[in-house]
Design a protein around this ligand. Sequence first.
Ligand code: FES
Length: 206
Amino acid sequence: MRKSRKKRSKRQQPQPALSTAKPEEPREGQGAVSEDAPEATVPTEETIPEAAPTRRRFFRQAWWALGGIALLEYVWVVISFLRPRGAPEGETGIVVAGPVAGFEPGTVTAFRRGKFYLSRLEDGGFLALSRECTHLGCTVPWDDEQGRFVCPCHASAYDQRGVVLDPPAPRPLDLFPIRIENGVVKVDTGDPQKRLTFDEAQVTEP
Ligand code: FES
């Protein structure tokens, strides 16, 4: 009897009524998408900005640039120092070196104008020597301590007469003609003369 009562009570429970009503249209201003609302944009490869360089990369590039500039300046200074310099216009010609008595025997005097050395030998004779190395044309300084010219480029050496002591220089330093007038030494820097050996005839006696 109890079972039949339970069954009956289950059957008698009211079933939810199926609604046939249509869903309400959204009222104006409630949940409706306005036509004026901006469209959502999806990021693409074109719209994504490039990644800004990191600070570390920036400093590394800056250091490389500064290092490159410093290296270029260093190379320029070295080349400027070593390259032979031609005489500017107006600096060739006769250079009045000075009175004979102003040059002690056994000395070498450098002249900026005309770019030559006036070498007075121990016997009192004069030679005017070009300061350009006969190897590749570097400027050759006189080394007073060693008593010789030593080229800074490839270490060629010349004695006080301009004769080669150490190669690779192939021949002596070029000569400029000398005139001695009224006890004054004059050098013609417009007429350099090549030579293969030293000869006494090259020396100008006072
Ligand atoms: S240029 Fe002087 S030794 Fe080479």
